[in-house]
Design a protein around this ligand. Structure first.
Ligand SMILES: N[C@@H](CCC(=O)N[C@@H](CS)C(=O)NCC(=O)O)C(=O)O
Length: 337
């Protein structure tokens, strides 16, 4: 009996072990850097600049987390991952967080044992075609050779869309963005499909971007956001609230430019944000000024968007539904209180 109880207790400890020991925040603090999984090079989202420094919207989401933890946005090790490699890398613990234009789906949470922390970018799938093809809409694409990247929702959606509209499809799936672009530039396919934001980024990489057009049709919902492993709620909260701090900052009118004024503000919600009231940072396992660190080092959501993919960038993507809920979009952050 005693032996049986001991065996049960040991089994219990063994079962609970992976979860009990999952404390990514402590691991990251001890290591002194955040390991962030990003795409292999997608202008505006995650790509090294000419000095080899990673830049982009997804990159900044990781820099915001490093700013909150270390007050230093450079304390990030970027790990570039293909679509096929990204979830296994997270599952195996090779990265602490995945910030790689990844779509939130049920299967990726329930089957892969992961959790999406938030929706940082509301996207949808579209098509790019050579202007010379004189195509006006997606319903004219029946019988086309379509290129996309393997291991993506893009490959699944395009099959659904063509089947549903009874259009024949020849789908060519490439394992990397370079192979995808090469196949497209070499004319192995007439159509390239992925999330619309990525079409804008990929078009810039083609020899003559003006020779290609992104069609107006959007065939799916692609809510993109940062992903973590299940079983570490504390870490999930750090990622989630670091992102929501950028959105709350914009809602409160706090930017990297107005931060000094915010620090002196008597408004209760601004005081909670900057940490002159309450202990919200400490509750996350961070410091009182965690959100100030994010805005100071990275900016608010609007600044991050415009700088990397919006009007101040080469991509020039309109803010669209990624505007705040208060200005006609659907970006909405739960309150800090
Ligand atoms: N959002 C979709 C698509 C993500 C995706 O990987 N898209 C390709 C389209 S080009 C990409 O970003 N490739 C960049 C890379 O592999 O580095 C998903 O989560 O499955």
């Amino acid at each position: 009996m005693k032996k049986f109880a001991l065996a049960l207790a040991t089994a219990g400890v063994m079962l609970a072990a992976p979860f009990a020991h999952a404390d990514t925040l402590s691991d990251v603090k001890a290591r002194g850097t955040l390991k962030c999984g990003v795409s292999q090079g997608l202008a505006g989202f995650s790509a090294p600049d000419d000095k080899g420094v990673w830049q982009g919207f997804d990159v900044d989401m990781c820099r915001a987390v490093a700013a909150a933890i270390f007050d230093d946005p450079t304390k990030v090790e970027f790990v570039k991952l293909s679509a096929d490699a990204r979830f296994p890398a997270l599952q195996k613990g090779e990265i602490d967080v995945l910030s790689r234009n990844s779509t939130w789906t049920l299967q990726r949470e329930a089957d892969l044992g992961l959790l999406f922390a938030a929706i940082s970018y509301y996207d949808g799938q579209g098509f790019m075609v050579p202007t010379a093809k004189k195509v006006d809409g997606a319903l004219e694409l029946g019988g086309s050779k379509v290129c996309t990247q393997s291991g993506t929702t893009s490959a699944l959606n395009v099959k659904d869309y063509f089947a549903q509209n009874k259009m024949p499809l020849e789908l060519i799936e490439l394992p990397s963005v370079d192979e995808l672009l090469k196949a497209y530039a070499d004319g192995k396919c007439d159509v390239l499909t992925t999330d619309v934001s990525q079409l804008y980024a990929l078009r810039l990489k083609l020899a003559k971007p003006g020779d290609y057009v992104v069609l107006p049709d959007v065939i799916s919902k692609e809510p993109l956001g940062p992903v973590v492993r299940q079983g570490d709620d504390k870490w999930l909260n750090v990622i989630k609230w670091s992102f929501y701090a950028t959105v709350n900052a914009e809602e409160l009118g706090i930017s990297s430019v107005t931060l000094d004024q915010a620090l002196k503000s008597e408004k209760p919600d601004v005081k909670r944000f900057v940490g002159t009231e309450g202990a919200y940072g400490e509750q996350l396992g961070l410091t009182k000024d965690w959100a100030v660190r994010i805005v100071k080092n990275v900016g608010n959501y609007g600044e991050v968007f415009e700088r990397n993919v919006g009007s101040a960038s080469k991509l020039g993507i309109p803010r669209g539904i990624n505007q705040l809920w208060s200005t006609g979009g659907i970006q909405y952050a739960p309150p800090i209180r």
